[in-house]
Design a protein around this ligand. Structure first.
Ligand code: ADP
Length: 450
């Protein structure tokens, strides 16, 4: 591929392996970076070269821009793929790579900044013709909160403008709760992001979380690859994702997809991105845009047959998109289960050594994981040890396959979330596709009370 011959993968775990696989298929050399805790990790073993960039804590290794740039220079890597998390949405990192003549496989630093601040992102969405959640025009201060909340109507949600991971988010059901919600959200935001700016939105009661995958070439072409339904969440963390959404029909899918693709064309967006919406009573409300690859991207790959990392590398190198919108065919249904090293009920992390590991196989099954028998899960990073992605011609076939596959999956020596998925796959509401963003927490509370 023109322009890129060696990619440094600035990440770890399953996503580092995922990116490495795409590079191998494209004939691009790979450099793994790792902390001392990850010296034996699968992405390190399979890469053409590897560089140790520091001690276990992320801030000293995977977030250490200086070390990563030095690793590029030592190995002659001409591009960096950031994966998700870590430096993937760090505009300063994109700027620094640019200054060193290294290609950042992602959007421009300007677009990362634009979407990284949620108030600016919402304003931009409105300008681009994307429907947003009704809310404040800008920052909410203790002195103007009541006036704005009355205009929007209770209940309202106070959100951090620098937000992420559901932090700095507080609901106020009525006027009496407002003052405290604003002050708690502001102090949580300050503690988590070093920025106490908050804004206000109408709090939606029973929405689904539906997001649209887009890819742009940076020159005004952009496509959408349909949506993912990520409503099954715990503490705003996605647990189970599906493509397509059981709640949408083809017309709705193509309509919201086209709105997103058109917006990305106007922006001249480059790279892969996800536009996240809440969906209630047939209406979409933009909440945020992620300017990177997402954990749940494989379900989109399963139903479109398009490798999103190939597309990211293509557009970063200036080769353009490999497909036009007309050529994209949506086929069947896919579900992803996030396998975490956690207790399946309390979600308390369960690091340790995996004694036995057997990944399932067969038609329509994909396991993205760097885990193996004997692998010791370090306690320093997130608890995702793998993703199970199952594809079928219909949602019913996909669920039947998932049930079979979950019985085959063996991970011994640690606790994992696999038993939770065994429960969910047999649940009637899930079978009916009848759930919203609060369903899973209610289900967990009810079933653990029994
Ligand atoms: P973060 O960046 O912190 O993850 P998001 O804006 O993406 O924040 O919202 C995360 C989750 O919070 C959503 O998936 C949804 O479950 C809930 N949420 C966000 N905004 C609203 C809203 N206006 N009404 C109801 N729930 C919301």
């Amino acid at each position: 591929m023109s322009g890129i011959s060696k990619i440094l993968i600035a990440n770890r775990g399953e996503i580092a392996l995922r990116v490495l696989r795409a590079c191998k298929e494209l004939g691009i050399a790979t450099v793994a970076v790792h902390s001392t805790a990850d010296a034996n990790a699968m992405h390190v073993r399979l890469a053409d070269e590897s560089v140790c960039i520091g001690p276990p804590p992320s801030r000293d290794s995977y977030l250490n821009i200086h070390q990563i740039v030095a690793a590029c220079e030592i190995t002659g890597a001409d591009a960096v793929h950031p994966g998700y998390g870590f430096l993937s949405e760090n505009a300063k990192f994109a700027d620094i790579l640019d200054a060193h003549g290294i290609t950042f496989i992602g959007p421009t630093a300007e677009h990362i900044r634009l979407m990284g601040d949620k108030i600016t992102a919402k304003k931009t969405a409105v300008e681009l013709g994307i429907p947003v959640v009704p809310g404040s025009d800008g920052e909410v201060l203790p002195e103007n909160a009541l006036k704005i909340a009355r205009e929007i109507g209770f209940p309202v949600l106070i959100k951090a403008t620098a937000g992420g991971g559901g932090r700095g988010m507080k609901v106020a059901k009525n006027e009496a709760e407002l003052e405290e919600a604003v002050s708690t959200a502001r102090s949580e935001a300050l503690a988590a992001f070093g920025n106490d700016a908050v804004y206000m939105e109408k709090y939606l009661g029973k929405p689904r979380h539906i997001e649209v995958q887009i890819v742009g070439d940076g020159a005004g072409n952009a496509i959408h690859l349909g949506e993912r339904d990520c409503s099954l969440q715990r503490r705003h963390q996605k647990v189970w994702e599906e493509a397509n959404s059981p709640a949408l029909n083809v017309e709705q899918r193509m309509k919201i997809g086209q709105i997103c693709a058109d917006a990305m064309k106007k922006m001249k967006y480059r790279g892969a991105g996800t536009i996240e919406f809440l969906y209630e009573n047939g209406e979409f409300f933009f909440i945020e845009m992620n300017t990177r690859l997402q954990v749940e991207h494989p379900i989109t790959e399963a139903i479109t047959g398009i490798d999103l990392v190939h597309e990211q590398i293509r557009v970063a190198s200036g080769a353009g998109l490999s497909v036009t919108q007309d050529e994209i065919v949506f086929s069947g249904h896919a579900i992803e289960c996030r396998i975490n090293a956690e207790d399946p009920r309390t979600f308390v992390p369960s690091p340790g050594t995996i004694t036995h590991f057997h990944a399932p196989g067969g038609l329509g099954v994909r396991v993205d994981s760097g885990a193996y028998a004997g692998y010791k899960i370090p306690p320093y990073y997130d608890s995702l040890i793998g993703k199970l992605i199952v594809h079928g011609r219909t949602r019913v076939e996909c669920m039947m396959r998932l049930r079979r596959v979950l019985d085959e999956f063996v991970v011994d020596g640690i606790k994992t979330t696999l038993p939770l998925f065994q429960d969910l796959v047999s649940n009637q509401d899930i079978a009916n596709g009848d759930y919203d963003i609060h369903w899973l927490e209610k289900y967990l509370a009810e079933t653990s009370a029994k």
